[in-house]
Design a protein around this ligand. Structure first.
Ligand code: MSP
Length: 528
């Protein structure tokens, strides 16, 4: 079966991980877990980008070799983030991996053999922050005025660089790329990103240097040992090197390549859209490799209206938020509060407000009320439902509607829309409890069967909610699954299928319902 293959950008190892990086990885993880629960075979890749001048200089300042420097950063900063945000990636690629190096060299050999690489001189303004030659028209003046000699992203002066290096004949692919995207408008999303790329392509493409002689820390050019491969033209290849491009025929890795490639979606921040939607597919065309099915450019997390970044010292580490709210609330908040594809701001106030309203009061309260009532009125054993009324019928049919809506939204990478659909169901279940007043029914023996029905209905609704929210909040929903006593008859939560979530009556009467730990504890006031 072909795998649904999801990637994140590989992050610059030299930066301290902040919530901007964690944002992309979280989105990829929610998508991965959702697709897995649809029964899809999914492969989820993330990793780090380790070469380039910045790393070389930082290692020198730190008094260690570049390899020691990156090893330390990967182990101390980057791998731990995955655990912090609870990511279920299948692989973690490092551009210093031998598998990557060999395959990158192999790839460029193929591109050169195909006639798309030539040698020439180049001089131009270069931004070390971006690891990119800039066009003079890209540059801006500093905040105190002066000449337009600064990189617009890093707001630092660029360096003039003159090099004799190897060029990739990007210009040869403009027409083919336009034709490809005209035929596949779904290959770049959202629409604003598609339009941006198309207008860039329609201006024509110029060839671009694919090697550097001034950098030592990189992957050597196989045919010219004075040069290393330009870091972007090494990094982009991670998406195929990690799944076995060029692995020996018949090997497990070669099989993975057949299973995973082409990628179904490359998730990227909008700042690196051009690399992914222009350079990368052109490189693949030049090597005769199939193109990814989709590049999705999401927006930026802003702080004070600007892109959060290490350079501007506005980075917030994921742990800073997670230590307070937990990983589930972190995942929920960023997927829920920001429309994927648009910019969004993080604020502690907004996060606290949503946590309290939507998680602690909305869902957490419903779960604890339901389990407490089964404990109190039925000794912790889930009663069998009596005949349903219109109220139950309404919830059952609403569930079918919201499950279909959530699935369509999640598959379209509209995470906020997916969550909103589930929230509508939670609100309806809360309203049902308020209207049915089980605490009143409990006082009247004649209503005993009615109380059974209401208790069963609420627990069964929570069974569906746990399934639908599990990709977003794996820990809390696993705990809910346990409290509902669902596992002995239904099996593990990860195995619950989205398509079957609307089949009513899955929880078995007699299941042991327990009042476990509170799913979303009340927030403590931060210490002054
Ligand atoms: N190393 C390159 C990518 C190579 S991919 C072949 C790179 N790395 S990066 O560490 O600077 O950032 C990569 C990604 O991190 C962005 O594309 C985006 O996915 C995420 N983000 C970094 N800062 C961000 C925000 N402030 N907001 C949202 N996402 C951000 O570029």
């Amino acid at each position: 079966m072909a795998a649904y293959y999801v990637t994140t950008p590989i992050y610059y190892v030299n930066d301290a991980p902040h919530i901007g990086h964690a944002y992309t990885t979280t989105a990829g993880d929610v998508l991965t877990r959702w697709r897995r629960q649809r029964g899809d075979d999914v492969w989820y890749l993330t990793g780090v980008d380790e070469h380039g001048t910045k790393v070389e200089r930082a290692a020198e300042t730190g008094g260690v070799t570049p390899q020691e420097w990156v090893d330390r950063l990967v182990e101390q900063s980057w791998r731990p983030v995955l655990e912090t945000i609870d990511a279920a990636n299948d692989d973690f690629i490092r551009t210093t991996d031998p598998r990557h190096r060999e395959r990158v060299q192999n790839f460029w050999r193929v591109v050169r053999d195909n006639g798309y690489v030539y040698e020439a001189d180049y001089e131009g303004p270069y931004c070390v922050g971006c690891e990119e030659f800039k066009l003079p028209g890209d540059l801006v003046a500093g905040i105190d005025g002066g000449p337009a000699d600064q990189c617009p992203v890093h707001q630092r002066p660029v360096e003039m660089l003159k090099e004799s290096n190897w060029f990739f004949q990007l210009s040869a692919f403009a027409d083919a790329l336009i034709a490809h995207y005209e035929e596949h408008p779904e290959a770049i999303e959202p629409a604003s990103a598609y339009n941006e790329v198309m207008s860039f392509l329609r201006q024509g493409l110029v060839d671009i240097s694919m090697s550097r002689s001034s950098v030592a820390w990189g992957i050597g050019l196989p045919w010219d040992e004075r040069q290393v491969i330009y870091v972007w033209f090494d990094a982009l290849l991670n998406y195929i090197t990690a799944v076995g491009y060029g692995a020996p025929e018949g090997s497990a890795e070669a099989e993975l390549f057949v299973r995973a490639w082409p990628a179904d979606v490359h998730l990227v921040g909008k700042d690196i859209l051009r690399f992914h939607a222009v350079y990368w597919p052109a490189m693949l065309m030049a090597a005769g490799v199939a193109l990814p099915r989709k590049v999705f450019a999401h927006g930026w997390l802003l702080v004070g209206g600007e892109k959060m970044s290490k350079t501007r010292l506005t980075g917030i580490a994921p742990e800073q938020i997670i230590v307070h709210f937990g990983s589930d609330a972190f995942r929920y908040y960023f997927m829920r509060a920001i429309q994927f594809g648009q910019d969004g701001s993080f604020s502690w106030e907004d996060m606290s407000a949503r946590y309290t309203a939507e998680l602690a009061n909305g869902l957490g309260n419903l779960a604890s009320r339901a389990t407490a009532m089964v404990q109190r009125y039925r000794g912790g054993l889930l009663p069998a439902s009596g005949p349903g009324t219109e109220a139950e019928e309404h919830l059952r049919s609403l569930l079918i509607t919201v499950a279909a809506e959530a699935d369509a939204a999640m598959c379209a990478l509209d995470f906020s829309g997916g969550i909103t659909a589930v929230r509508r169901f939670i609100d309806a279940v809360n309203l049902y409890v308020t209207e049915q007043e089980p605490w009143v029914l409990a006082k009247d023996d004649a209503q005993s069967q009615r109380l059974d029905t209401v208790l069963y209905t609420v627990c069964e609704a929570l069974r569906a909610i746990a399934t639908l929210y599990h990709p977003v909040m794996p820990k809390a929903m696993s705990s809910l699954w346990e409290q509902l006593g669902a596992e002995p008859s239904l099996g593990p939560l990860v195995d619950q299928r989205i398509v079957q979530v609307g089949d009513w009556g899955q929880l078995r009467a007699g299941a042991s319902v327990t009042k476990g730990a509170i799913l979303f504890p009340r927030l403590e006031e931060p210490a002054e």
